[in-house]
Design a protein around this ligand. Structure first.
Ligand code: KIV
Length: 294
């Protein structure tokens, strides 16, 4: 259960966490029951990531995820939240439009879905202009640099970024520029820990790492990955805290066995007619619906 005394995680609270060197905890969630568990456990930020595309919807990348899907999942998460900050992830091509259309899309996360902030990938001059405009429109923005999965076609794979000077400089410059543009936090994804440490020390806003080592101000993981619910390739940075696929498979197999062998449903899981009415009622029904009357 929640140990910190605050009622709701706010941006000033996150700044305070950084100042006091208290780590910020972030996990993704895409539905009501999971968001409720995370919120009640005291997770600071619930990110409704476009990772929903890969974790839940069965896509190979995050690219096909739509605004409608993001709004749908963010609404479910926001309904469950009491304390955590809810951040909605802007999907591919929802913020690469005109400034006004991009602001309207971001605004949908706040107005329609109940999020507190949006996250968007990249730090190009266009992105920075958009971040400024969103902040001006009172829409808090979390930035995201390093490995940006929406750039997967250009990058050529889910691999570590910033191991060479030019890219390391680009990531560093991008994080600083996002801060200058008004972002309240920045995700550093798949970057060497030495670089993430340096960036975290020079930014005033919190850094949230995923595959960026222990010196970021907070950490984020995709919930399905850390619970052992994701199939296929798993990045080096994922630590599994549970093996839920095994737990679920075992439960499903036991269910099938019970059904096939007549052990389920048993008396405990069945409804009954009162003894005194069962006999006469069934007799009456049998007579009424007997196939011989057809
Ligand atoms: O979509 C997502 O879940 C993310 C996190 C991995 C940072 O962007």
């Amino acid at each position: 259960m929640v140990t910190t005394g605050i009622e709701r995680v706010t941006i000033p609270y996150l700044y305070q966490q950084k100042e006091h060197k208290e780590k910020i905890t972030v996990l993704t969630a895409y539905d009501y029951p999971m968001a409720k568990i995370l919120d009640e456990s005291g997770v600071d930020i619930i990110l409704v990531g476009d990772s929903v595309g890969m974790a839940v919807l069965g896509y190979e990348t995050t690219l096909p995820v739509t605004m409608e899907a993001m709004i749908h999942h963010t609404r479910a998460v926001a309904r469950a939240r009491k304390r955590a900050m809810v951040v909605g992830d802007m999907p591919f091509l929802s913020f690469h439009l005109s400034l006004s259309d991009s602001i309207l899309n971001a605004g949908r996360f706040i107005k329609e879905a109940g999020a507190d902030a949006v996250k968007l990938e990249g730090s190009s001059p266009e992105r920075l202009k958009l971040v400024e405009a969103l902040v001006e429109a009172e829409i808090p923005v979390m930035g995201h640099v390093g490995l940006t999965p929406q750039s997967i076609r250009r990058i050529g794979g889910f691999k570590v970024q910033g191991t060479e000077e030019e890219k390391a400089e680009e990531i560093y410059r991008g994080a600083l520029a996002l801060e200058r543009s008004g972002a309240f936090a920045v995700v550093l994804e798949s970057v060497p820990e030495e670089l993430a440490k340096e960036i975290s020390a020079s930014l005033k806003i919190p850094t949230i790492g995923i595959g960026a080592g222990p010196d970021c101000d907070g950490q984020v993981l995709v919930i399905n990955d850390m619970l052992g619910l994701s199939a296929g390739y798993m990045p080096k940075f994922v630590k599994k805290y549970a093996e839920l696929t095994e737990v679920i498979s075992k439960a499903v197999n036991n269910y099938m066995l019970d059904v096939r062998q007549g052990r389920f449903p048993d008396d405990q899981h069945s409804y009954h007619l009162k003894k005194e009415i069962a006999g006469p009622l069934l007799k009456k029904l049998r007579k009424k619906f007997s196939r011989q009357n057809e």
